[in-house]
Ligand binder design. Sequence first.
Ligand code: GNR
Ligand code: NI
Length: 175
Amino acid sequence: MAILPILETPDPRLRVISTPVETVDDELRTLIDDMFETMYDAPGIGLAAIQVGVPKRVLVIDLQEPEEEDGKPVRKPMVFINPEILDPSEEESVYTEGCLSVPDQYADVLRPEKITARWLDRDGKQHEERLDGLLATCLQHEMDHLEGVLFIDHLSKLKKDMILKKLAKARKRVA
Ligand code: GNR
Ligand code: NI
């Protein structure tokens, strides 16, 4: 297992369109394990392969939502290979999003509230499920990465430029 370096905007690799996975094999499962380790270490609730420089249509999500009884976050790792979205709802919901590739910047993004997702798991088995809430939001955020899209692309030019400026300034401080 390995913690991989996470690419940050404006790295042009984040703008690449990822290609479908042809075979779900051990090499891919090793990448997936490394992606989970990288995501938990960051920490984040999702990670797309392109964020660690691999242009494949693979992403991992673990919302780590607290258990009802004791309030401790429980790990529920989910893998999505070649995911597709069907049937997005008309209703949208707003969520304050962040991204490991746009560090420490947050903004409200509007997305369809409910989606049906179809994907392969780490055994190559197909799933189809209606999703909502944070999982639907996070999956859409991760699927944007597969198309080279970042959450800041959903904002007005003014808000996007403000975030990019803050990021450049924060970087200069540590450089
Ligand atoms: O850790 C993350 N949190 C988050 C919060 C709201 C909506 C989406 C996300 S995903 C993000 C990790 C990340 O950058 N995934 O690509
Ligand atoms: Ni992201």
